[in-house]
Design a protein around this ligand. Structure first.
Ligand code: DGL
Length: 262
């Protein structure tokens, strides 16, 4: 059985890169809900509805775990999606990112850059405070930065100026750790690194999500028995457009993308 992974677009491909490296023999199904991109400016109710239909689709094709490779969905829908998926575990980004940031920070001042909806829900602040009430958390949302990545332009001057504008306040507060709280943002790593300088730790929750999946697979003896793997990439939008982007952002070449109507 494959592992199901989904996002609104290309962001989850960064999570896929980490998962494919850590689980070389697993089958994966990746769904990009490109027709409904962006998620970051929608309401909580819309996000719950959109993600529920993807989870139901993944259940219908048969998956052994679901990775919600989207912070926006993770910030509002995990308990609900888990109740829909019942016995299939659903892994989200927020808990993983919060834990990783707390393992990383020395001064307990943590910044989060995300979509506007993730920032508005304070999902990261709440989760970090649940784990350590002494931490200070500074959250900022930017849909423009997400859109630049989704369009395949992650390293231009506009991205740099936007990142500088969005991050300047939290840098003044002396955060020593910055969570990339949107799965599109690891593709802006070099831009963000240039803006924050070398003394701020940049945390990508994908690594911790993968570690959690590893723990779960080991405990439940769920690793694939075969020594080959299939990776299917599906989109609800234009498949040629998604294929072009996947070839920019994925570490492997994929021959084709299929379109699904859900
Ligand atoms: N990549 C998604 C996230 O991690 C959402 C981007 C969007 O559709 O706005 O939040």
């Amino acid at each position: 059985m494959p592992v199901g992974v989904f996002d609104s677009g290309v962001g989850g491909l960064g999570v896929m890169n980490v998962l494919m490296r850590d689980f070389p023999y697993e089958n994966f199904i990746y769904i990009a809900d490109s027709r409904n991109f962006p998620y970051g400016t929608k309401s909580e109710q819309e996000i719950i509805k959109l993600s529920e239909r993807i989870v139901r689709y993944l259940i219908s094709v048969g998956v052994k775990a679901i990775v919600v490779a989207c912070n926006t969905v993770s910030s509002v829908a995990i308990p609900y999606l888990q109740s829909v998926a019942t016995d299939i575990p659903v892994f989200g980004m927020i808990q993983a990112g919060a834990e990783l940031a707390l393992k990383t920070t020395k001064n307990l001042k943590i910044g989060v850059i995300s979509t506007p909806l993730t920032a508005k829900t304070h999902a990261y602040r709440n989760e970090i405070h649940r784990l350590n009430e002494n931490a200070s958390v500074f959250e900022v949302g930017s849909q423009e930065l997400v859109n630049l990545v989704e369009d395949g332009n992650s390293e231009n001057k506009k991205a740099f100026l936007l990142a500088e504008e969005k991050l300047s306040d939290m840098l003044k507060k002396e955060v020593d750790t910055l969570i990339l709280g949107c799965t599109h943002f690891p593709f802006l790593y070099r831009v963000v690194r240039t803006v924050v300088g070398k003394n701020v730790n940049i945390v990508d929750p994908s690594y911790e999500v993968s570690a959690k999946l590893t723990e779960y697979f080991s405990k439940n003896n769920l690793y694939a028995k075969n020594r080959f793997s299939s990776r299917k990439f599906l989109t609800t939008g234009d498949k040629e457009a998604f294929l072009d982007k996947a070839n920019i952002f994925l570490d492997i070449d994929i021959g084709e993308v299929a379109r699904i109507d859900i």
